[in-house]
Design a protein around this ligand. Structure first.
Ligand code: ARG
Length: 457
């Protein structure tokens, strides 16, 4: 038997059972219970302070709400689908616990400004957790870059061996991405942390509410300036989902590298057993599932962003019930990003780097061809010409199955008289990396400088 609805006054019959299920958000928005209670506590205190409710009544409401939080946390709260959403569930329970005075909590408030407040409080908390996880993975990347300093591997473009790079330099590329991710979340947080309370259903309130008071009580930086916008805006959620999507894109690229670098073809890395699983049929298999799932879950993060943007695009102002659909994508992305940051951090911390394999891979593929061209250019050969000469040398090597360093000085000089004895060191791996001194480049000193500037931060 469905219970009487809080909004039941103007309704004759009972709500259809299907409609009750179809419209209920309580199965997922229960996640907002703490934020809902925090918002209600601030609202009740404000009502008391402004004399909209007698102080004693406001205090009874606050006490009731705190007790309800305890009930939910200890699993004693009687949830019921007929409550529709977490806001109604808590209000019904409040009235049951403290009597009709509980019905005064909703004075000067609507579920529309209430739910927007809840979602903002929830997001603020999630963002803070994500920022901590980002700081954690950033720390891992920097400390592994310090630990593994000196290891050289091929850098790739088009997934073709291109130029040798320091593994530390590669790792620090991800530190830049994670730092930008943190920036994006901070930016989103700034727009999240503004209070819609007092906007009412859409037009404001006839009660002398103190909007600044509730905002301050909730630790928010200010109030939404337009009541219509306050209840219809979900930009802050889209900002969050975008920040999640980009973070996942970064994690997915990292995961992809872990997957193929740990394959037998590469063997650049080995991932710890604790982070891999086996195959049910092939006994030899050790699969990089965590990395694969990070890559795979990126799809949902993109989907969630598209979901919300599509959900919002046709909605007339102000609140529409469609907007109840904003929650699941937001919850899902928050959880996904947090899990994947934890997983990626474990992978980064646990991976073992195969220095020999990386170095051996630098040995073929003519990785120092650019260094040879640069060498010629330093001897005064125009770079375009130097490029062409080097190209011919590479082809010569390929025809003979030789590497650049296998050619004798005589053979090299047959291509250009500008080549001298010092070419050997110029095209050595060590020099190739050492010479890239440009700020932000892979040169040992440049990377060391970057590491120390990061440590100073
Ligand atoms: N469950 C609703 C949501 O999540 C709460 C707001 C409902 N407002 C309303 N006027 N029906 O959006």
């Amino acid at each position: 038997m469905a219970k009487k609805k809080a909004w039941g006054g103007r309704f004759g019959g009972e709500t259809d059972r299907f409609v009750e299920e179809f419209t209920a958000s309580i199965p997922f928005d229960v996640l907002l219970y703490r934020h809902d209670i925090a918002g209600s506590v601030a609202h009740a205190r404000m009502l008391g302070k402004r004399g909209i409710l007698p102080k004693a009544e406001a205090e009874r409401i606050v006490k009731g709400l705190v007790a309800i939080r305890g009930e939910i946390e200890s699993g004693k709260f009687p949830f019921d689908l007929s409550d529709e959403d977490i806001h109604m569930a808590i209000e019904r329970r409040l009235i049951r616990r403290i009597g009709p005075v509980g019905g005064k909590l909703h004075t000067g408030r609507s579920r529309n400004d209430q739910v927007a407040t809840d979602l903002r409080l929830y997001l603020r908390e999630e963002i803070d957790e994500i920022l901590e996880l980002l700081a954690g993975i950033e720390e891992t990347v920097v400390s592994r870059a310090e630990e593994l300093f000196g290891i050289v591997l091929p850098g790739y473009t088009h997934l073709q061996r291109a130029q040798p790079i320091l593994f530390s330099h590669y790792l620090l590329a991800y530190r830049e991405m994670f730092a930008r991710d943190a920036d994006r979340f901070l930016e989103a947080r700034r727009r999240v942390n503004v209070s819609p309370l007092g906007a009412g259903a859409l037009a404001g309130s006839t009660f002398p509410l103190d909007r600044a008071f509730t905002a301050r009580a909730l630790g928010m930086d200010g109030v939404c300036e337009n009541s219509i916008d306050a209840v219809s805006d979900r930009d802050f959620a889209a900002d969050f989902l975008y920040a999640c999507a980009v973070t996942m894109m970064h994690l997915s690229r990292l995961a992809e590298e872990m997957v193929y670098w740990s394959s037998s073809e590469f063997r650049f890395l080995s991932l710890p057993d604790a982070l891999c699983t086996g195959s049910s049929i092939m006994p030899q298999k050790k699969n990089p599932d965590v990395a694969e799932l990070i890559r795979g879950k990126t799809g949902r993060a993109y989907g969630n962003l598209t979901n919300l943007l599509t959900l919002m695009k046709g909605l007339p102002l102000a609140y529409n019930r469609d907007m109840q659909e904003d929650k699941e994508p937001v919850f899902d992305s928050a959880r996904t990003v947090k899990d994947c940051l934890i997983g990626a951090n474990l992978l980064l911390r646990g991976m073992e780097v195969n220095e020999e394999r990386m170095r051996a891979a630098c040995d073929d593929g003519f990785l120092t061809a650019t260094d040879l061209a640069d060498y010629l250019a330093r001897k005064g050969v125009p770079f375009r010409k130097a490029h062409e000469i080097t190209g011919k040398i590479v082809r010569h090597c390929e025809e003979r199955g030789a590497r650049l360093k296998d050619l004798s000085l005589k053979e090299l000089r047959a291509f250009s008289k500008a080549i001298g004895e010092d070419v050997r060191s110029a095209i050595s791996l060590t020099n190739s990396v050492r010479l890239r001194k440009t700020r932000g480049g892979t040169g040992a000193q440049a990377v060391r400088d970057r590491l120390s500037s990061l440590r100073k931060k």
